[in-house]
Ligand binder design. Structure first.
Ligand code: MF3
Ligand code: CO
Length: 276
């Protein structure tokens, strides 16, 4: 199953199993999106996620991973990723990123979304924050769409950079996307920036998590004292979007998107190739 390059290429049947995990993650996203609101704590969101995962007969990919203490990650404002849910109360105008992973029958799905809460007294959120989240989502879809050409993994970073340059936004380089399957993190790395080499070939059986992290300022980050939460050095706000994607003979299948990625990929002229 592992090629010489240590990538775990999946059979169509294995991709079907990964889809089950992907759909649990999609359900977690739906439930947590509905629960995100001013006055809610990040621990409340974690509890919502835990209920959905338990009801599905799945388990969290994150809980206990290298000692990680929660079901999901909730990262607010200058927190980029790996925020630990707790007593923090969400406030008007917050940028909230939620990352969730589920395991079903030993196969993982991993996806993240960001939202901006409305401003105080029902005012609109800061348009610059809305634009940041929008660009991060577009960067993710552009990165995923780049896989459809069957080129190299490095094409993802090129596509993400093209979107981020339009901000301009900082692209976090300290953390990258990754292969995924029987483990949450596998080869290959999937950088969100241009690299010297173009990386491994994109071919059927490859399953990767594409997950750009963009900031309104510099791209450099720091690790907090809790040894998990990653924040921007300059305090600028950040957003994070992620999907788990399978490359198949017939095209792409976004395993953590209920529609398989059809809506997100349509603007790029990429059609999805679900297996069911
Ligand atoms: N979803 C994250 C990733 O893509 C993993 C979260 S780290 C954990 O790498 F410790 F919370 F699991
Ligand atoms: Co991931």
């Amino acid at each position: 199953m592992f090629g010489r390059d240590r990538i775990e290429y999946k059979t169509p049947d294995q991709v079907r199993l990964m889809r089950r995990a992907g759909l649990v993650v999609a359900d977690v996203h739906d439930a947590v999106r509905a629960a995100v609101a001013v006055g809610v704590t990040t621990a409340d969101l974690d509890a919502v996620a835990a209920d959905v995962i338990r009801a599905a007969g799945a388990t969290s990919s994150f809980l206990g991973y290298e000692g990680y203490p929660a079901t999901v990650c909730v990262s607010v404002n200058d927190e980029v990723i790996h925020g630990i849910p707790g007593e923090r109360v969400l406030r008007p105008g917050d940028v909230v990123s939620v990352d969730a992973g589920a395991v079903v029958g030993g196969w993982h799905g991993d996806a993240a979304f960001s939202v901006v809460l409305p401003g105080p007294d029902g005012a609109a959120a800061d348009p610059a924050d809305v634009a940041l989240v929008d660009a991060t989502e577009r960067a993710m879809w552009a990165g995923i769409a780049a896989l459809a050409a069957g080129g190299r993994i490095g094409d993802v970073g090129v596509a993400v950079e093209e979107v981020a340059e339009g901000g301009p936004y900082g692209i976090v380089e300290d953390y990258v996307g990754h292969g995924i399957g029987t483990q949450m993190h596998q080869d290959p790395d999937v950088p969100n920036y241009r690299t010297r080499g173009r990386g491994p070939r994109v071919r059927p059986g490859l399953c990767v998590a594409v997950e750009p992290m963009l900031t309104r300022g510099d791209a450099t980050t720091q690790l907090c004292e809790d040894e998990w939460t990653v924040v921007t050095d300059d305090g600028s706000r950040a957003a994070h979007c992620e999907h788990t994607v399978a490359v198949l003979e017939g095209g792409l299948w976004v395993l953590t998107a209920p529609d398989g990625g059809a809506a997100g990929l349509a603007p790029f002229g990429v059609t999805v190739a679900p297996l069911d």
